[in-house]
Write a new protein. Structure first.
Length: 121
């Protein structure tokens, strides 16, 4: 694998991840509107989503059961996972190219990403 092929594959990975996430969020939004089209909207009070939609496991369970908000949250998780997958792909690509410096830098970037995602949870 050379640099040009690595760049093309990474670009394809990013496009596919963003398009997949957008499609999942759009599907969840359509389901939400179909289920709640007659619901009255309260704009003067803020309602927090349920606890299970704040945890990855709860989001998966909600999406599997085809709950619209769970599907939307799952799409957002896919969007967050896209750059993480790109960094993992870069680590593998740089390793296969025997480019140790960029592989180490990518490992550091991955560690920072994982640390920041764990702190945010």
């Amino acid at each position: 694998m050379d640099d040009r092929n690595l760049e093309i594959e990474m670009g394809t990975l990013l496009r596919a991840g963003v398009l997949l996430a957008a499609a999942v969020v759009l599907a969840g939004g359509v389901f939400y509107l179909a289920q709640n089209h007659a619901a009255r909207i309260e704009l003067n009070t803020f309602t927090v989503e349920s606890v299970n939609l704040r945890m990855v496991g709860g989001i998966f369970q909600s999406a599997i059961h085809l709950h619209s908000l769970g599907i939307i949250q799952f799409g957002l998780l896919l969007l967050i996972a896209t750059p993480v997958a790109r960094v993992v792909f870069a680590i593998v690509g740089f390793y296969l190219e025997r480019d140790r410096m960029y592989a180490i830098v990518s490992l550091i970037v991955l560690a920072v990403l994982v640390f920041s995602l764990m702190r945010a949870a």
